[in-house]
Design a protein around this ligand. Structure first.
Ligand code: AMP
Ligand code: FES
Ligand code: ZN
Length: 309
């Protein structure tokens, strides 16, 4: 198998693009896809201060590395969830990676705010994953706003995005179908959110990480039943195998044509946003936001524990 560009021995075959590449030509392909994804959807410019949420996984480390390589002003953000073993391993991975490449990194420890995941898990007595996601999104936004970043970037790839889109389509979730995509513009106290890897599959980011010698963290979270959307990703993988390129077509079709059809429907039924009376960040209810409600639940749990002892 020869590289389509330079005719050297090819290392990576991409059926969706009807192409095969050697190492260097694949890395150039990857860079072009990131640049195209940013430019086509107006995600960010070289004037932006970008905060990149890095979990220690292959996608977010590759994203930070590639944005720096393309000359963007990017800083890493790691949220230390305080989960034994997995958070420590992930943090070490991110810190070592940033030190090795001389990259700026902000680390936020949730234990400082009494919201580390083991404590939250004990206090809420229900599966912690969705609450963990809510806390992470809150701190991504909050730290970006407080530290003067203009954009928050995450490492979601095409497989993540298509699986989420498919899941929301199966449920006809109008508010999602009206607004999601690789760009969520800033509004009020919500910073702009971007997903620059939206054109690249998990297979492609895994190859990029491997070929650039990025060593990701792989210890699974003890509280997660597995990767999200596993079943849907499997179904979509089979579809992609039978019809190469369909995932990217489906997602591009959604952001360029499909989404428009849902915008007016979601506006009719959407909840208006209010500022949370405690933390001031926007929330759809009239009362405390989800994160402040969790904080109260944890405080009540602690009090109950103290009075019992
Ligand atoms: P996940 O929901 O774990 O698939 O992660 C999706 C994206 O969220 C990753 O690509 C990262 O950009 C970001 N992310 C997840 N966990 C963390 C974390 N602990 N700290 C910083 N960013 C994270
Ligand atoms: Fe959040 Fe596992 S990473 S619950
Ligand atoms: Zn709040």
């Amino acid at each position: 198998m020869k590289c389509n560009i330079c005719k050297a021995e090819a290392l990576v075959k991409l059926r969706a693009h009807n192409a095969a590449f050697c190492r260097d030509c694949f890395l150039q392909f990857f860079s072009r896809q990131v640049a195209k994804g940013i430019e086509k959807e107006h995600l960010c410019t070289r004037e932006d201060r970008i905060l990149v949420a890095v979990s220690g996984g292959k996608d977010s480390l590759s994203l930070l590395y590639e944005l720096i390589h393309q000359g963007y002003d990017a800083t890493g953000l790691f949220i230390d969830l305080g989960i034994p073993v997995s958070s420590q391993a992930a943090r070490r991975t991110v810190e070592d990676f940033c030190a090795k490449h001389g990259l700026r990194l902000i680390v936020k420890e949730l234990v400082e705010d009494g919201l580390d995941i083991p404590t939250v898990k004990e206090a809420i007595r229900r599966p912690v994953c969705s609450v963990c996601g809510k806390l992470k999104r809150h701190y991504f936004n909050r730290i970006a706003m407080e530290e003067g970043f203009t954009v928050l970037a995450t490492g979601h790839n095409l497989d993540d995005e298509v699986a989420r889109l498919f899941s929301n389509t199966l449920r006809w979730d109008l508010s999602y179908l009206a607004s999601d995509g690789p760009l969520l513009p800033a509004h009020g106290r919500f910073v702009r959110k971007i997903k620059p890897l939206w054109r690249l599959t998990e297979f492609e980011t895994a190859n990029y990480a491997f070929l650039t010698e990025i060593e990701p963290h792989i210890a699974p979270c003890p509280y997660s039943p597995g990767a999200s959307f596993t079943t849907l990703k499997g179904v979509l993988q089979r579809l992609e195998y039978a019809m190469p390129g369909r995932k990217l077509d489906f997602y591009q079709g959604f952001i360029h044509r499909g989404r428009k059809g849902f915008e007016h429907l979601a506006q009719e039924g959407g909840d208006p946003l209010h500022d949370c009376p405690e933390c001031g960040y926007p929330t759809s209810g009239e009362d405390l936001c989800g994160v402040c409600r969790i904080r109260h639940q944890v405080a009540a749990f602690r009090e109950a524990q103290c009075s019992a002892s």
